[in-house]
Design a protein around this ligand. Structure first.
Ligand code: ASP
Length: 433
């Protein structure tokens, strides 16, 4: 009897879509953190476990989906897809910083505040030559073992391409069969990894609760007050960017699809990014949304999403604009148009070389401030609220990746608009195809 009751309670719990359960955990965790305060930070390890579980899947899912994805694309198409993806990444990032600067100029966050010293260890900002050289791994296994996404993409892409080319050129049946087996193994492996993603998301309900309780337990509501305008400015900029550029521009105008369907298809990735503030860590969920909900072909998303998690950071770039104005206001100077254009250039370039991990935006800010001659203490000053700002940035970053994958998929006939969210038949734990 009681087993039946608990069984049906469990079933009822499971019947609630995972995104709502995680959403509720997000809100409840934040409240618990605010109410309980410091002791709530002891829950952090439960949150760390969620992040570790997701990180565990990142490299294998990139390798498997990318190699099997290359099978779907002719080498010439790959070049075209790559060009479109990179161009859109650059354009949307430039628009993002410009929106960030415009909103911050309007709202003037930081005006009236004075800078108080805070501890911050400035980390090294990436050097652009090293970034480009670093794309080629000296040792592919080493790159995978170290969890480096760009060199892993490079190797998987080259390997996948070599397999497709040999498959066309060779007349040896053994080689053909071998290559087909490799592709089939990759496909089965990717399916298994997507299965794991959904299992990890079940645990995410606890993980997100713990992460939010811990972050608010540490910061406390009072600590947020001086930064309220900064938070509001970023929130407005992010909302405008998502609504106008992604939903209006990319999904409605360029893809001719419903923005609601797109959001429905991206929601698990968005809430995961909001919770763990890492584009790279969210990658397994982003890929699974692209595959199962948005029905994009792995030939496109297998390449564009891991790349986007590393080089496409609209939210992060946008934050540089908002934070630069904030910093200028703190010291009572105003930025000229020329200086604001400098911010756009640095933000876009620096986001190429920075990994999508928590706090990257803060490290990039050191570059922007140095270039503008503004005090680096600002970085320490805002570090305390960065866990909140970072969440908005990361959610924007991955939504941009998915929007670009959708439109590039559409341009190349690589999205099935008759299935998934597009015709409203998506199950959250559906296995693809
Ligand atoms: N956490 C962000 C990401 O992973 C980067 C940042 O803005 O700090 O995309």
């Amino acid at each position: 009897m009681s087993t039946n009751t608990s069984q049906s309670a469990w079933n009822r719990y499971r019947s609630i879509p995972i995104v709502y359960r995680i959403g509720a955990a997000f809100v409840l965790g934040s409240l618990v953190g605010l109410i309980v305060g410091e002791p709530a930070t002891r829950l952090q390890p439960l949150g760390d476990l969620f992040i570790r579980l997701l990180s565990m899947i990142v490299i294998p899912i990139v390798v498997f989906t990318l190699i099997m994805g290359v099978r779907e694309l002719a080498p010439s198409t790959l070049g075209k897809v790559g060009g479109q993806v990179v161009a859109l990444y650059a354009i949307t990032s430039i628009i993002a910083v410009s929106i960030g600067l415009a909103i911050a100029n309007l709202i003037d966050p930081g005006a009236g505040l004075t800078l108080t010293e805070a501890e911050f260890d400035t980390a090294e900002a990436p050097n652009i030559v090293e970034v480009f050289l670093g794309i080629v791994p000296e040792n592919p296994i080493g790159a995978m073992a170290a969890g480096e996404v760009l060199p892993t993409i490079f190797f998987a892409l080259v390997f996948g391409l070599a397999l497709t080319i040999i498959r066309e050129e060779s007349h040896d049946e053994t080689v053909h069969n071998g290559i087909d087996s490799i592709f089939n193994i990759m496909e089965a492996g990717a399916e298994a990894l997507f299965k794991i993603v959904w299992g990890v998301m079940e645990y995410g309900v606890i993980g997100v609760f713990a992460l939010m309780a811990s972050v608010f337990g540490q910061a406390g509501a009072d600590a947020l007050v001086p930064f309220a305008l900064l938070i509001v400015a970023l929130a407005i900029a992010v909302t405008i960017h998502i609504a106008v550029v992604y939903l209006g521009g990319i999904i409605m105008l360029l893809t001719h699809q419903s923005p609601i369907a797109f959001l429905a298809g991206s929601k698990e990735a968005m809430i995961t990014a909001l919770s763990i503030r890492s584009s790279s860590g969210t990658l397994p969920v982003t890929m699974s949304n692209a595959d199962e909900n948005l029905r994009i072909n792995e030939g496109v998303y297998g390449f564009s999403l891991p790349l986007g998690a590393t080089i496409n950071m609209d939210g992060t770039a946008m934050y540089q604009g908002v934070a630069a104005i904030f910093a200028a206001n703190l010291v009572g100077v105003s930025l000229s148009i020329g200086e604001q254009i400098t911010v756009v250039a640095i933000a876009v370039l620096a986001s190429i070389g920075s990994a999508g991990v928590p706090g990257t935006g803060l490290i990039m800010l050191t570059l922007v401030l140095t270039q503008l001659g503004l005090p680096l203490e600002v970085v320490g000053f805002v570090a305390g609220v960065d866990p909140i700002l970072d969440r908005m940035r990361t959610m924007t970053n991955i939504t941009g990746d998915l929007a670009v994958a959708t439109v590039v998929g559409h341009w190349n006939g690589a999205v099935d608009f008759g299935a998934g969210v597009w015709n409203g038949t998506v199950g959250e734990a559906a296995t693809s195809d």
